[in-house]
Design a protein. Structure first.
Length: 249
C-alpha cells in the first residue's frame, strides 16, 4: 500500500477526533520516555491529555535502553530514572509508573511496550502519549505499521513548534499544544551539571534526588550508595547526605 500523510491536528482536538468511550473498558494513557530527568512538562502534558481524552489512568513507562539514544549520549541508570518518575508522580492518584521496559532488558521499542501492556491490561484501550517531534518519526519505529492496532496516538508539543507530518497509511494522530512542554530535560541536565538551580523545573523531590546522587555532574567518577550509582566528589569520596535529603526514596 502506498503511504499517505498522517493527519496532525494541533490545538484542542474536536470531539470527532477523540475516540468514543467503549462501555466497560478502561481508558489508559501510556506515557513513554527516557525521563532523564522527568520534569513538569511531562506531568502537565499527561494531565492535559488525561483531561481532554477522559483517561482513567496514565501509566508512565521509563525506557530501559532507548534505541534512539544508543551512542548519542550517556543515559542515566534506569533505576535512577524509574525512582525519579515514582517521586514525581506520587501525588497524583491518576498517575502510576511501570517497570516493564526496564525489566524486559535490551533496547526499548514502543511496539514491545504496547504489546506487553495490552497483555497485562486486556480491559483497557491504550492512548500512547509522547512528544510530537518523536511521533513525527513514527514510521521509522520498529513494526511501525502494526502500532496503529495497539493504541491511539497523541503527540504533545510546544505552542510555537511546527512539524512536518509523518508518513503512514492514512492514519490520524491528534496533537496537543502544551505551554509547559517548553521545559527541556536537556536544559535541566545542563543546569544540574553547572550547579545552576533546577527548582520549579522538576518536582521538589526530584531536585533533592538529583542532588543526593549527584546526577548529571561533569567528569564524575561513580560510587554506589543504597545499591544505586552515585558520583564521587573531587576527593574521590561519595558525598554524605544532609538532613534534608532522602525524604523520597
Amino acid at each position: 500500500m502506498t503511504d499517505q500523510p498522517v493527519h496532525l491536528d494541533f490545538g484542542a482536538p474536536s470531539t470527532e477526533s477523540i475516540p468514543p468511550r467503549t462501555p466497560g473498558r478502561v481508558r489508559l494513557g501510556v506515557m513513554g520516555g527516557t525521563f532523564d530527568p522527568i520534569h513538569h512538562g511531562h506531568l502537565v502534558a499527561a494531565s492535559e491529555v488525561a483531561a481532554v481524552f477522559d483517561l482513567d489512568e496514565v501509566v508512565f513507562v521509563p525506557t530501559g535502553q532507548p534505541w534512539q539514544k544508543v551512542g548519542e549520549r550517556h543515559v542515566s541508570d534506569a533505576e535512577h530514572r524509574y525512582l525519579m518518575t515514582v517521586i514525581a508522580t506520587a501525588s497524583n492518584p491518576r498517575f502510576t509508573v511501570s517497570r516493564i521496559d526496564i525489566d524486559r532488558g535490551g533496547a526499548t521499542y514502543t511496539f514491545d511496550t504496547l504489546n506487553e501492556l495490552r497483555a497485562l491490561r486486556p480491559d483497557a484501550d491504550l492512548f500512547f502519549i509522547t512528544g510530537a517531534d518523536a511521533i513525527s518519526q513514527i514510521m521509522t519505529w520498529r513494526n511501525a505499521h502494526k502500532l496503529w492496532d495497539l493504541a491511539t496516538f497523541v503527540g504533545v508539543t510546544r505552542p510555537d513548534h511546527d512539524l512536518d507530518p509523518p508518513l503512514a497509511e492514512g492514519r490520524h494522530i491528534t496533537t496537543l499544544k502544551i505551554p509547559a512542554m517548553a521545559i527541556s530535560s536537556t536544559d535541566i541536565r545542563r543546569r544540574a551539571a553547572e550547579d545552576a538551580p533546577i527548582w520549579y523545573l522538576v518536582p521538589d523531590g526530584v531536585v533533592q534526588y538529583i542532588a543526593k546522587y549527584g546526577l548529571y555532574k561533569k567528569d564524575a567518577l561513580t560510587a554506589y550508595r543504597d545499591g544505586l550509582p552515585r558520583v564521587k566528589d573531587e576527593s574521590g569520596q561519595a558525598p554524605q547526605s544532609t538532613n534534608n535529603e532522602g525524604t523520597h526514596e
